[in-house]
Design a protein around this ligand. Structure first.
Ligand SMILES: C[S@@+](CC[C@H](N)C(=O)[O-])C[C@H]1O[C@@H](n2cnc3c(N)ncnc32)[C@H](O)[C@@H]1O
Length: 314
């Protein structure tokens, strides 16, 4: 573990080390928001030598979660993002297990957010997985929730209150002029930048996504940004104990929050530091937030049914 100060006075503190030890250097109750995604134990590069049974997985993670919980302030939140653990073709929804772990620690679930994306591994013996979940817990009943910075455009801005149901408000616009609540189903999809730059941009960070690094399962920046804007205020301390490519640190710094990030991998810590340096000089490639969902036009190559299929070769 790198040599770090005891107090959380620094705006950005990146620690290379095991979260179980490194968390001891974070002051109890100092963190307003945790945004993180633990290893899912699915054989990614950073867990290849340590595939565990489900019981072993929780035995390893539970003490880390206990420490994470103690770092959160009384008004603070945890955004815990996970997918499925796969066991011989059978899937285990990890969030169902994590729900009980955090409730036992005294936390309250405010949303179970579905993060839906279009691309991923193709399954042959079950439907292909195209979503993961983000559990938003609060430590108490008094917590930060700022809707305005994360509102999204109204689908029907011209909708008005009906005369029959809404006396007094009849005929007035029924929506909020600042936009609507983004709801608990989040989709960040391919953007219209495709027309200018013919690269297939995809919502989860794979292949040619502008934010892609060497890390195999990065958060898209926009996912973290939404949590940070809604669940913390400028100057608050945000923490990611499984920092990976540093996306939480980047979103925190961009939004004037302080951040402490931990990752056991030297390579990912170096990657994070490099990305933060690029952010500082305006040289970090981030997909612009709030881009509209793009649907390919009829004439585009990717919309055409391949000739081989038309000829009945399949
Ligand atoms: C799912 S990835 C997180 C990806 C991250 N959300 C991002 O945007 O890049 C999990 C990360 O946890 C790190 N990790 C695994 N075990 C750890 C441990 N005991 N302590 C700290 N980090 C660990 C891995 O190196 C990996 O980068």
């Amino acid at each position: 573990m790198s040599n770090v100060p005891d107090a959380d006075e620094l705006n950005v503190r990146i620690i290379q080390g095991d979260a179980l030890d490194a968390l001891d250097t974070v002051v109890d109750g100092s963190v307003q928001l945790v945004v993180t995604s633990p290893p899912y134990n699915i054989g990614k590069a950073y867990e290849r030598d340590s595939k565990m049974s489900l019981d072993e997985y929780f035995e390893w993670l539970n003490p880390i979660i206990e420490k994470i919980c103690s770092k959160v302030s009384s008004t603070g939140s945890i955004c815990w993002q996970t997918g499925n653990f796969v066991r011989g073709g059978e899937i285990v929804p990890l969030d169902a297990f994590f729900y009980h772990v955090f409730v036992k620690a005294g936390f309250k679930l405010r949303n179970r957010i579905i993060w839906r994306f279009n691309f991923g591994l193709h399954a042959n013996k079950r439907f292909s997985g195209r979503y993961e979940t983000l559990l938003w817990f609060t430590k108490g009943d008094s917590y930060t929730f700022n809707l305005d910075p994360v509102r999204v455009p109204q689908i029907y801005p011209g909708k008005r209150h009906s005369a029959a149901k809404d006396e007094g408000r009849a005929g007035k616009p029924s929506g909020n002029p600042k936009g609507k609540n983004p709801a608990d189903f989040w989709t960040f999809s391919a953007s219209d930048a495709f027309h200018d730059d013919p690269v297939w941009e995809i919502p989860n960070v794979k292949a040619a996504h502008p934010e892609k690094t060497i890390h195999p399962c990065q958060f898209p920046h926009e996912l973290v940004e939404r949590c940070i804007l809604a669940l913390s205020a400028p100057g608050d301390l945000v923490m990611d104990p499984f920092l990976g490519a540093g996306t939480t640190a980047i979103a925190a710094v961009k939004s004037d929050r302080r951040v402490v990030g931990i990752d056991k991998s030297e390579a990912y810590v170096a990657l994070t530091i490099d990305r933060l340096a690029k952010l500082q000089v305006g040289d970090l490639n981030l997909r612009p937030s709030a881009k509209a969902i793009r649907v390919p036009r009829a004439g585009e190559r990717v919309s055409k049914i391949p000739d081989e299929w038309v000829k009945g070769a399949v």
